[in-house]
Design a protein around this ligand. Structure first.
Ligand SMILES: CC(C)(COP(=O)(O)OP(=O)(O)OC[C@H]1O[C@@H](n2cnc3c(N)ncnc32)[C@H](O)[C@@H]1OP(=O)(O)O)[C@@H](O)C(=O)NCCC(=O)NCCS
Length: 187
């Protein structure tokens, strides 16, 4: 379903869930431009196996894909990742629209909480959008990743986090010697 959110220069800004392979390619193109091209993230880190199971959300100005985020699903929370807006289209609230689409989608699927892992330099952005740190930083802490959460329904208190870091950071199954997927606890 397409959601019309606002207009920029007379063109509608919309968000849409990827339904076809072509939609996913649009999401990947935006991420390649932002993360690999702009932020020097290696290809091998940017694209992982979770892209096959995640829900991809794409923002468009007219027909042009300009932003994306992927949403991964866990038992008690949903996890937005890889939020990116093409540089020249930033500052128009598109990042916020994508995260709001994550929130409403999570709500429609009965999820209570959104959970994200964010670089320290980006925490201000997420805090401005109503996210809070899951654990307050100890003075002098030099963590590479900050865990942040947001209630799906702001009128309801945030549920006790069921250790999302343990769930999210669980190692993926490695292929065995025959190249078959190994066994691991599933999410
Ligand atoms: C983060 C990002 C998605 C925001 O996209 P956007 O559509 O411009 O975001 P919005 O228009 O909703 O919000 C823009 C506001 O956030 C601020 N902002 C952007 N990045 C920020 C950051 N890292 N820390 C604090 N504030 C930030 C902008 O200054 C702007 O503030 P203003 O409204 O007071 O002028 C975009 O900057 C981006 O793609 N960055 C590169 C990819 C990246 O680092 N992704 C990691 C996720 S944060």
């Amino acid at each position: 379903m397409k959601t019309v959110a606002q207009t920029i220069g007379g063109e509608a800004v919309t968000t849409r869930l990827a339904g076809k392979m072509e939609d996913s390619f649009q999401a990947f193109a935006v991420r390649a431009a932002c993360f690999i091209g702009e932020l020097d993230v290696p290809f091998s880190e940017e694209f992982d196996g979770h892209d096959f199971s995640a829900t991809h959300i794409i923002a468009y100005i007219g027909d042009e894909p300009v932003g994306t985020v992927r949403l991964r699903w866990f038992q008690s929370f949903a996890m937005p990742e890889r939020l990116a807006v093409i540089q020249r289209f930033r500052g128009h609230n598109i990042g916020n629209l994508l995260l709001e689409r994550c929130r409403s989608l999570a709500e429609s699927r009965g999820c209570n909480m959104l959970y994200a892992q964010v670089l320290p330099r980006d925490t201000g952005y997420w805090e401005k959008l109503g996210w809070r740190r899951l654990v307050a930083d100890a003075p002098g802490a030099t963590k590479q990743i900050v865990a942040m959460v947001k209630a799906v329904d702001p009128s309801k208190p945030l549920p006790e986090a069921e250790a999302p870091e343990v769930v999210v950071l669980r190692r993926d199954a490695q292929p065995d010697a025959a190249g078959m997927p190994g066994r691991t606890a599933s999410n």
